[in-house]
Design a protein around this ligand. Structure first.
Ligand code: NAD
Ligand code: USQ
Length: 404
């Protein structure tokens, strides 16, 4: 059986450490990436807090350190369909891991250009890979990085199930029928909307072409290093901190490191699901090694290990570092407060032993942020992308702190 894994988006924050993890484990890894994320850094006039190396240098460093080669193919998955098809026919991979999408919600909301780019890139990328697997006739397992955000962030009351929801519907004359449906989609940004569309494409191609698909509904990834990226400075992973691409916990740790107030949006009552990057890579390997059988429906795992309220995270980071917590007008349209419980039994059953915020890794991220703090451009910290024109443009001012 083929031991090749094609990693679409393998130069990115999750894709790079995943590629190294599979390579270390003895798989043949082929990275496909069009380097669009690096080009977006140029557009935003911002760069990773950590000094990530050009991909060629990363790969030669990995060869030097591990003795293992990773192949790189520069290809736009959303556009270069025939090259993608040829690649699948050539390698007949065991699995394709699909990270190759525009993944920042604020970036997707900056302007009509950014909305249209995100839709066109993400939906075409996902459709191209599905169509290519179908046309190739190869039995390839597609593992996709989706998001917890497909479920929405209202307070539903129930622990979010893994993809499917059991419902009862009235069929008339008082008769009830049990149904299992995809959990209703409730996206909170154009980016999240593309992930809900991906889910329908998986449903269709699975039904029509029996493509084996695992969709990983992942929470917010925090941390930066994995065992492999720590082996050599040249292998260092990306650390996004800016208002578009930086995610909340890494941002708070970086802000504390450079002496900026922690930027809590609104009341900080938003509850979100989290996972450390070291658990991300483990989960993806577990998913690759536990594919659904051919003919099985789309397999959905919730890839999250903890839930936290944003203001509690700010308090935690402030306690650890002495940073000031500041409340900003929320640039997003989202519930001011929500509760969230998430089922993650499937990964636990497969043996995942989750890392938690108590495992000392906050300190590790803070140390990295302090080490590279001078690379931070303070002008890029505040989120300027607004969800609606109704939200005031001047977000610099502090808003009223929450009341209990
Ligand atoms: P990233 O932007 O760092 O990496 C994505 C990579 O894909 C980049 O290297 C980019 O150049 C590449 N890419 C994008 N479009 C492409 C295309 N058309 N053709 C070829 N390459 C393309 O993002 P990330 O944080 O690594 O996220 C990866 C995936 O995981 C995304 O799909 C995202 O939705 C999902 N995810 C991320 C997080 C998180 O907190 N980072 C959380 C949940 C889910
Ligand atoms: N937030 C702040 N202050 C900040 C930044 C964010 O209070 O400085 C708040 C936001 O308003 C939001 C929450 O923190 O309520 C999370 O924001 P985020 O930017 O950390 O995460 P999000 O936009 O949801 O997106 C990230 C990834 C995305 C992934 C998603 C998983 O960028 O790719 O899909 O997390 S999830 O949130 O579970 O849908």
């Amino acid at each position: 059986m083929s031991q090749t894994i094609i990693v679409l988006g393998g130069d990115g924050f999750c894709g790079w450490p995943t590629s190294l993890y599979f390579s270390q484990a003895g798989y043949e890894v082929v990275i496909v990436d069009n380097l669009s994320r690096r080009k977006i850094d140029i557009e935003l006039e911002c760069a990773s807090l950590t000094p990530i190396q050009p991909l060629g240098r990363r790969l030669s460093a990995w060869k030097e350190v591990s003795g293992k080669a990773i192949t790189f193919v520069n290809l736009d998955v959303a556009v270069q369909y025939h090259k993608l098809l040829t690649l699948i026919r050539q390698y007949k991979p065991l699995a394709v891991v699909h990270f190759a999408e525009q993944r920042a919600a604020p970036y997707s909301m900056k302007s009509s250009f950014h909305k249209r780019y995100t839709v066109s890139n993400n939906i075409n990328a996902t459709h191209n890979i599905l169509a290519a697997i179908a046309e190739s006739g190869e039995d390839v397992h597609l593992v996709h990085l989706g998001t917890m955000g497909v479920y929405g962030y209202g307070t539903s009351g129930l622990a979010i199930p893994e993809g499917y929801l059991n419902v009862k519907i009235e069929t008339g004359e008082g008769n009830m029928k049990d149904l299992e449906i995809l959990y209703p989609a409730n996206p909170g940004s154009v980016y999240h909307m593309t992930k809900t569309q991906d889910a329908l494409m998986f449903y269709y191609y699975n039904k029509n072409d029996a493509i084996r698909v695992t969709d990983l509904h992942q929470g917010i990834v925090w941390g930066t290093n994995t065992e492999q990226t720590m082996l050599d400075e040249r292998l260092i992973n990306r650390f996004d901190y800016d208002g578009d691409y930086g995610t909340v916990l890494n941002r708070f740790l970086m802000q504390a490191a450079v002496g900026h107030p922690l930027t809590v949006h609104g009341t900080g009552g938003q509850t979100r699901a989290f996972i450390h990057i070291r658990d991300t890579v483990k989960c993806i390997r577990l998913a690759v090694e536990h594919p659904p059988a051919r003919g099985d429906r789309v397999q959905i795992f919730n890839q999250a290990t903890e839930t936290y309220q944003v203001r509690d995270l700010a308090t935690l980071v402030a306690t650890l570092t002495g940073a000031e917590v500041r409340y900003y007008i929320n640039p997003r349209k989202e519930d001011a407060e929500n509760t969230l419980r998430v089922r993650n039994d499937k990964f636990l059953e497969l043996g995942l032993e989750p890392l938690t915020l108590e495992d000392g890794l906050l300190e590790e991220v803070y140390t990295i942020a302090r080490k590279y703090g001078e690379r931070c451009d303070p002008d890029k910290i505040i989120c300027t992308s607004r969800w609606s024109d109704l939200i005031p443009e001047d977000l610099q001012g502090a808003a009223v702190p929450p009341t209990d």
